[in-house]
Ligand binder design. Structure first.
Ligand SMILES: [Zn+2]
Length: 250
């Protein structure tokens, strides 16, 4: 069993490394294959041993081997998160068809976190790709009832659209479309829970930032990372959280 977990971790960090490239290049409308990975400072092309996820970063002490300029910690952190989320997906779901939804689901969240943190942008091309993928997957591996996907998508979209109008620009168009895509995979209860958790976590983070004076009231915080945390919790713990909540109120 340990080997299966190691396998998912290894696959996860390799994919994570690719998701960094996707999240950083797609918003800039650049190719994800050409040019090869290089140092953004000196242009030094990375050789195979500089491309090993996480390990290269640690061995090079977070610096480019050629020009010694620090490499962003986003790379190894996202690789690690992808590895852990792939392992966790398998731990929670096991060898079931739903694992084929779980892995793309966490992948989408990693990619949009990278691109939202880097550019405050969630690109349409990424959303469309995953939307089509989830439509195909949820046709094969449906929610119960099957139209829960359509309800989840519609409610996710409308809810965020209303929040965007009320908050007057606090929520971007990318966030609205992202919730529609997530809603398709999650269904109604899941998308509502994801929304509740992501706003709660985002608000706590903002409050903490203001108290510790790291943020001002006017700081624009990208919402993507909070959506990702909320959506992951909702996807894996929906039943547990609703169960706990019901016990709390009765
Ligand atoms: Zn360099």
């Amino acid at each position: 069993m340990v080997f299966v977990y190691l396998f998912f971790f290894a696959i996860g960090i390799i994919f994570g490394s690719f998701f960094n490239v996707v999240g950083l290049r797609i918003p800039k409308k650049r190719s994800i294959v050409q040019p090869r990975s290089h140092c953004p400072h000196c242009g030094h092309f990375l050789s195979w041993y500089e491309l090993i996820p996480i390990f290269s970063y640690v061995l090079q002490k977070g610096k480019c081997r050629s020009c010694r300029v620090p490499i962003s910690a986003i790379y190894p952190v996202m690789e690690l998160f992808t590895g852990l989320l792939f392992v966790f997906s398998f731990y929670k779901i096991g060898f079931s068809k739903e694992l084929l939804v779980a892995l793309p689901f966490v992948s989408l969240l990693i990619i949009i976190t990278v691109s939202d943190l880097s550019y405050k942008l969630i690109p349409n091309r990424i959303l469309i790709f995953f939307f089509v993928l989830f439509v195909l997957l949820r046709t094969w591996i449906p929610l119960h009832p099957w139209y829960d996907s359509i309800i989840g998508m519609t409610v996710g979209f409308i809810l965020l659209y209303i929040i965007a109008i009320v908050s007057n620009g606090g929520m971007g168009g990318g966030d609205i479309k992202l919730f529609a895509v997530l809603g398709y995979a999650l269904g109604l209860k899941g998308v509502l829970l994801a929304f509740f958790l992501s706003t709660l976590i985002g608000a706590l983070f903002g409050l903490f930032g203001i108290i510790t004076k790291q943020l001002s009231r006017k700081s624009a915080i990208p919402f993507g990372p909070f959506i990702s945390i909320g959506a992951v919790l909702s996807y894996f713990y929906e039943t547990e959280i609703f169960h706990w909540y019901i016990q709390l109120i009765i």
